[in-house]
Design a binder for this molecule. Structure first.
Ligand code: SF4
Ligand code: SF4
Length: 155
């Protein structure tokens, strides 16, 4: 079942990217799949309407809950982070007033966090795979995951 729901969510992402003017080839590359699959998504041939409806229901949840579900659908962090980025435009933000410069967040497994020459924590969100490690390591709650888009679903 998780793979069916993942297909449904990928289909919704593919449609969203198509509406933004992306070509089938570009969408296939982004979702790490082939053009035939993307063509099926865009023409409504796959997945089934029932799976698509279930996927749409998940995406109606507040982003923090929907993202948790999406993260359980596959262990492929690259693909889940790409999907979540299209749907919600997430960012890891640093609250400098709370940061004690302990350096714990520098253990980001994707090298998305650095300390700059002024001793300020800087996040490169383009590298972030939304694994949540920095959020759990930060002892002061100085890091926050925010969703800049709400992904309002078209009915
Ligand atoms: S969520 Fe994960 S990938 Fe993103 S900055 Fe934090 S540790 Fe790095
Ligand atoms: S883990 Fe938190 S307190 Fe420590 S350096 Fe990173 S943002 Fe600052």
């Amino acid at each position: 079942m998780p793979e069916h729901i993942l297909s449904g969510i990928k289909a919704i992402v593919a449609m969203k990217l198509r509406r933004k003017g992306k070509l089938q080839r570009e969408i296939a590359e982004y979702l790490n799949t082939n053009r035939t699959e993307i063509s099926h998504y865009l023409q409504g041939r796959h997945p089934s309407k029932k799976v698509l409806r279930m996927s749409q229901e998940i995406l109606k949840l507040p982003p923090q809950y929907a993202v948790r579900i999406i993260n359980t659908l596959t262990e492929d962090r690259e693909i889940t982070s790409r999907i979540i980025k299209v749907l919600y435009n997430p960012k890891i933000e640093v609250r400098e007033d709370r940061c004690i410069l302990c350096g714990a967040c520098l253990e980001c497994p994707y090298n998305a966090i650095e300390m700059d020459t002024r001793g300020t924590v800087v996040v490169d969100n383009s590298r972030c795979r939304l694994c949540g490690r920095c959020l759990s390591l930060c002892p002061t709650g100085a890091l926050k995951l925010v969703f800049l888009d709400n992904n309002r679903m078209e009915e």
